[in-house]
Design a protein around this ligand. Structure first.
Ligand SMILES: *[C@@H]1O[C@H](CO)[C@@H](O)[C@H](O)[C@H]1NC(C)=O
Ligand SMILES: *[C@@H]1O[C@H](CO)[C@@H](O)[C@H](O)[C@H]1NC(C)=O
Ligand SMILES: *[C@@H]1O[C@H](CO)[C@@H](O)[C@H](O)[C@H]1NC(C)=O
Length: 370
């Protein structure tokens, strides 16, 4: 019945009774061409412009140091990380953005030449490189690294493409990805990280402040890497990094002192330059974050294109009950319309089984401003 209804609505949408089925499918995908996630991404629009499933808990985007309540902005500010939890449309304090990753090359492959703190590592994105589509976000950094991302329900897949660059001694530079124990608002209280030297897996947890409301919440993180072999790994604090130890606990302590810290993994550059990072997130436990990722984005070869297709199909299906007899409406008006409908399904997030305070079989949808 549902299938029939959907088919009928597609037909009524495009008057396609004379057109073969292949083109019906193409027509549904055409609706996605009207969705522009960048509308409202500057001048206080505060929208989330990145990759998400409908009501997805995982929301992946580049985080900037400008207008970043939703992570990214087209205000020309600098990228400070790539993270997988966001809100959309909130003003006030920046929401979430927990556990950002940051890809870079470290001059001459010297770890202490890497840029660790947020301000030191920040780099502009190339304005016309930004691609934002339902379920897919990409941009190029001015340091030459290209980043793409897509998501499942509780996990994100980041694809970083490192161009071939050699150091002053002629040897190729090693792709380097750090993880910062922070969030967009730098609200982190306590946090822990441990890095597995053989696989590169990073497990982390932290206590943060909500952008709206009182109290604290705990967020859990699990990252795995694909496509490149691990050269070494470790921990960083302020502007220094080292391969020992592999674990760290940071706390604000009684004087509220905030220390920038996290972990890193360095790779032998693969032929194609691509390092995939699969990030699982959870509000329950680190084990759950890892399970979410393993279940939704199986490895060891992560299927980026397959996951992007899956996200596009999910959006096409959610938009398919709506039909428009466009008449003489302009492309801009149609774009505003479909982008607005798309936005109604970014928040709240499907947090079923992910709220430590909601032990129930019932579905649970929420976000800080809902
Ligand atoms: C990128 O866009 C921003 C915001 O519109 C602008 O301020 C900046 O000058 C642009 N940068 C370049 C290199 O064009
Ligand atoms: C942070 O950790 C300390 C020491 O383990 C503990 O006393 C404190 O309650 C923790 N704070 C938060 C906000 O979790
Ligand atoms: C966070 O991780 C550390 C290290 O694995 C662990 O000791 C601690 O119990 C974890 N905290 C929470 C709240 O899960």
């Amino acid at each position: 019945m549902a299938v029939l209804q959907r088919y009928l609505s597609i037909i009524s949408l495009y008057y396609l009774w004379l057109i073969p089925l292949g083109q019906v499918v193409a027509a549904v995908h055409e609706i996605l061409e009207y969705v522009n996630p960048l509308i409202g991404s500057t001048n206080g629009g505060n929208v989330f412009a990145g990759a998400s499933l409908p009501y997805g808990m995982a929301k992946a985007v580049a985080d900037v140091d400008g207008q970043n309540t939703g992570g990214f902005s087209t205000d020309g500010s600098r990228v400070i990380g790539f993270s997988a939890l966001h809100d959309s449309g909130t003003g006030g304090n920046p929401s979430l953005g927990n556990f950002p990753l940051f890809p870079q090359y470290c001059p001459d492959n010297v770890i202490d030449n890497c840029k660790f703190p947020r301000d030191a590592r920040a780099v502009h994105y190339v304005n016309d490189s930004v691609v934002a589509r339902p379920g897919h976000f990409a941009l190029s950094l001015e340091n030459g690294i290209h980043a793409e991302m897509t998501t499942s329900e509780h996990a994100a897949l980041f694809r970083f493409n490192f161009p071939p660059i050699t150091g002053s001694d002629g040897s190729p530079l090693s792709p380097f990805v750090l993880l910062d124990l922070t969030d967009l608002w730098e609200s982190r209280q306590n946090a822990s990280i441990s890095v597995d030297d053989s696989s590169g897996r990073i497990r982390a947890n932290g206590t943060f402040l909500p952008s709206f409301g009182a109290g604290t919440y705990k967020s859990y993180f699990c990252a795995d890497f694909g496509g490149a072999s691990v050269r070494d790994s470790g921990i960083w604090v302020n502007n220094r990094g080292g391969t020992e130890p592999k674990d760290l606990f940071v706390t604000r302590g009684f004087n509220q002192f905030y220390l920038q810290a996290g972990g890193f993994v360095r790779f032998h550059r693969p032929q194609d330059g691509i390092v995939n990072v699969r990030v699982g997130v959870s509000f329950i436990s680190t084990d759950r974050a890892c399970e979410n990722a393993e279940k939704e984005i199986p490895g060891p070869e992560y299927d980026f294109n397959g996951l992007t297709d899956r996200a596009e199909k999910a959006w096409s299906e959610k938009l398919s009950p709506i039909s428009v007899k466009s008449g003489g409406a302009s492309k801009d008006l149609l774009s505003s319309f479909w982008s607005g409908i798309y936005r109604t399904m970014l928040d709240p997030q499907d947090l079923t089984d992910e709220n430590p305070l909601w032990k129930s079989d019932e579905p649970y949808f929420d976000s800080f401003y809902w």
